[in-house]
Design a protein around this ligand. Sequence first.
Ligand SMILES: CC(C)(COP(=O)(O)OP(=O)(O)OC[C@H]1O[C@@H](n2cnc3c(N)ncnc32)[C@H](O)[C@@H]1OP(=O)(O)O)[C@@H](O)C(=O)NCCC(=O)NCCS
Length: 168
Amino acid sequence: MKIRVENPQDYLNIAEVNTLAFGRENEANLITEIRNSKFYIPELSLVAEIDNIIVAHIMFSYIHLIEEERLRVLSLAPVAVIPEFQKQGIGSALIRNGLEKADAMGEALVIVLGYPLLYNRFGFVPSTIHNIQSPFDVPEDVFMVKVFKNFQSKYYGEVVYPPAFLRV
Ligand SMILES: CC(C)(COP(=O)(O)OP(=O)(O)OC[C@H]1O[C@@H](n2cnc3c(N)ncnc32)[C@H](O)[C@@H]1OP(=O)(O)O)[C@@H](O)C(=O)NCCC(=O)NCCS
């Protein structure tokens, strides 16, 4: 398996991977909206290939934390593996690779809304531990944060997503 940064020739395949994984087009549409926005981070949108076929995709993009200051942080969403290739460690490999890159880029933290059993193993904890609040009405354990080496105590408050996320 090879993990690499996405490029425009991959866009249709990435949409297909997401539509198959989620069984709907919302996430593929979200990816397009993020790419067309200032929140897009090209080097943190990654694909996993097997025999030159894209089987999985992950995207990190910018969101904000608002309290006394407006601080830029990362969102991890979406991540998708084609159903036939799930439960083989591909999703975990993509997540781990993306987290390492984000840390190396000097980001402070990343937020995810997802399965605690999956994300706990990468060091994600409920966001409330860091006094970070979800804008969504979801159980505390599914709204998680992972802090990087550049994390500082000023990073807390309410998470604000771009409007595209609210349409998913
Ligand atoms: C979630 C997803 C990205 C994980 O990728 P993957 O390659 O299947 O995951 P891995 O093989 O690396 O790890 C599997 C782990 O994922 C977790 N997981 C996957 N799907 C899950 C589900 N529906 N509910 C709960 N946990 C799940 C489990 O903790 C599992 O661990 P286990 O093997 O010890 O049981 C993939 O299954 C997928 O694309 N699912 C559909 C799309 C989706 O829900 N994406 C959002 C995730 S927040």
